[in-house]
Design a protein around this ligand. Structure first.
Ligand SMILES: C[S@@+](CC[C@H](N)C(=O)[O-])C[C@H]1O[C@@H](n2cnc3c(N)ncnc32)[C@H](O)[C@@H]1O
Length: 216
């Protein structure tokens, strides 16, 4: 599916440009990471896509590394990060934080990915996850958007939503949301404990978890 994610990366930033829930979630998660870390701490963005989380975390003085299997995203990320003053660097070490926003559902081997994340984190590190637990329906989503952001907000978001619609359709056909119980069980099996849990993003269809390494 790398070809698919590469095509997605080409339209992604246009698609989310006026999509307010995306930017709301981004600033909430970045604020959360910044509040729990110090300047210079290392953050890994797992499934970084076009690097929007990386860019903001870098601008908030965190060191960032992005992981994504798709090469088109790589080019977009580098252009974006270079413009923000990001130096090309090599990092060999463990992370203080791993952020995984809307990317875990795309992993074939969830348990293995979470175990690797556990190993790549410092002992006092933590992980922030936002992942769909269900796919909201199109009408439900449009009504929710209109109620929350008004007709003006919906009209502004519409061109991007239309551009992303074929991609989101493929995502829904190919991938399954991860039921919360399954995600929590996989996190526990990988050695994490959940320290915060919320619902959010579009129609509250995402579970947002903060997990620490379980010392027991
Ligand atoms: C919906 S995008 C989210 C991008 C970014 N996290 C954001 O919120 O802006 C999903 C991303 O997951 C990436 N992805 C797909 N399979 C993956 C895998 N096995 N491991 C890590 N990332 C993956 C895709 O390439 C894509 O960039």
């Amino acid at each position: 599916m790398n070809w698919f994610w590469s095509l997605y990366a080409i339209v992604y930033d246009f698609g989310v440009w006026q999509f307010t829930p995306y930017w709301d979630q981004l600033s909430e998660i970045v604020d959360l990471v910044v509040a729990r870390t110090m300047v210079g701490d290392w953050v890994c963005d797992f499934g970084c896509g076009t690097g929007n989380y990386m860019r903001l975390l870098f601008l908030r003085n965190r060191n960032v590394v992005g992981i994504d299997p798709c090469s088109a995203a790589d080019r977009v990320v580098w252009d974006k990060m270079r413009a923000a003053g990001y130096p090309r660097m090599i990092y060999c070490g463990r992370f203080d934080v791993i952020v995984a926003v809307n990317s875990l559902y795309a992993c074939d081997r969830l348990s293995e990915e979470l175990k690797s994340s556990h190993e790549e984190l410092n002992d006092d590190g933590f992980m922030v996850i936002s992942n769909p637990i269900r796919w909201p329906g199109a009408v439900e989503m449009l009504l929710w958007y209109r109620n929350r952001y008004g007709w003006g907000g919906l009209l502004r978001a519409l061109p991007g939503l239309i551009a992303l619609a074929p991609f989101n359709l493929v995502i829904r056909l190919v991938y399954r949301p991860i039921p919360e119980e399954k995600l929590v069980a996989a996190l526990r099996a990988a050695g994490f404990r959940i320290v915060n849990r919320d619902l959010g993003y579009i129609c509250d269809a995402n579970v947002i978890l903060v997990c620490e390494k379980d010392p027991t």
